[in-house]
Structure formats: C-alpha cells, structure tokens
Write a protein that binds this ligand. Structure first.
Ligand code: GLN
Length: 193
C-alpha cells in the first residue's frame, strides 16, 4: 500500500519467486508469504485501517504466515513501538520492541557494512557468516530482543536483522542492493522451513 514494494518484487523475481502487490484481504489470503516494505509505518498502519485490512493482517500473523518486515515493516511486526503515534498499530509477529528513527532523521541516513551471522543450516549455499552492505534510511532500532528471537546481524552492536520462527525483520533496506539478494534468499529459506 505504501513504501518500497516494487524493488522487493524485483528481488523476489531474481530469486525465481512470483509476487503480487497486496491491497485487499483476498490478495493477502492468496499469499504463501508476505513482505512488508520500508516506507512510513504510521502511514502503512493508517492504510491498513482505511482499506479494512487490519483484521486480515492480524489473522495472517496469528496463522503464522511467513513475513519479512524491512524498516517500517519491522516496526509493524514488532511487539511494541516505543515512540509510535497514538493511532499506530503493531502486530506482535516477532518478540522485539522497536524505537522509530533510532539512527536519526532523513539526513542521518547512511550505508555501512554489517556482520551477518546466520546459522549455516538455514541456507548452506549462501555466504551467511560474512559481511553485507546495508542501507539505513530513518531506520528503527531494536530496543528489546525476546528470548526466542535470533539476531542474525548487528551494526554497532545493535541488532539489525532478527528472526523468530517464520518471521524475519531488518532495520535496513535489502531491496536497495540488487547485486546481493541474500536477505530475500534467507527469507525464502525461513518461509520454506
Ligand atoms: N522512520 C520510518 C517509520 O517510522 C521508517 C523508515 C523506513 O522505512 N525507511 O516508519
């Protein structure tokens, strides 16, 4: 409904996976997995309400639909948003709390190498104990990590890529680095587990 969905579709296409843009409950029901893109979490939250998708989305979380939330998408999937707007909803798909704009405002956006540390059993053919180039745009931070959550990458000792069962979240925008689809491939591995 909002945000950087087109580039995610291109990344999925490169990974050999078909995707649709989800704007209503029927489209959501037709999916085996869902990516909630970066953008503006308060707007996505409002649009879910305005398009009567909130209940269907909450049901998809309840039914354990595999989900990847990047940046604003991570905020939507968190347990608690420490500085959300009063009308903003988070869906508790992964046991983390988040702080919006943790790394500062738009002008403080940055790119950096981050350290991936993913168990090789998840995707043995990928380089998962290596660096990854990450783009942070008004990125959220993870202020609490629940016991069941695995931290798969850090930047400056802060978790920036986390996974709990069928849900993965990143503070950064993996779709902006088209020459490296490892985050999407990892998500497909998680979704297929
Ligand atoms: N700061 C935005 C928010 O609060 C997220 C930014 C992004 O997705 N690039 O939703």
């Amino acid at each position: 409904m909002q945000g950087a969905f087109a580039l995610h579709q291109e990344a999925l296409h490169r990974c050999g996976v078909e995707s649709v843009q989800v704007r209503n409950a029927d489209q959501l029901l037709s999916c085996d997995a869902l990516i909630i893109p970066g953008g503006e979490s308060t707007v996505i939250s409002k649009m879910l309400k305005a398009n009567c998708l909130e209940a269907a989305f909450a049901a998809a979380v309840q039914n354990k639909l595999p989900m990847l939330g990047t940046c604003a998408g991570m905020i939507l999937l968190a347990n608690e948003i420490e500085d959300g707007t009063p009308d903003q909803t988070s869906f508790g798909a992964i046991d983390i709390d988040v702080t919006r704009n943790f790394y500062g405002r738009q002008v403080d956006s940055f790119e950096s190498a981050i350290e991936l540390n993913v168990p090789p059993s998840i995707a043995s053919k990928l380089e998962t104990e290596a660096q990854l180039h990450a783009v942070f745009i008004r990125a959220p931070g993870v202020s609490r990590v629940g016991d069941a959550v695995e931290v798969w990458a850090t930047y400056d000792n802060e978790p920036v890529l986390c996974r709990q069962n069928q849900v993965m979240v990143s503070s950064f925008h993996p779709e902006l680095i088209p020459e490296d689809d490892r985050v999407h491939q990892l998500f497909l591995a998680v979704a297929n587990q």
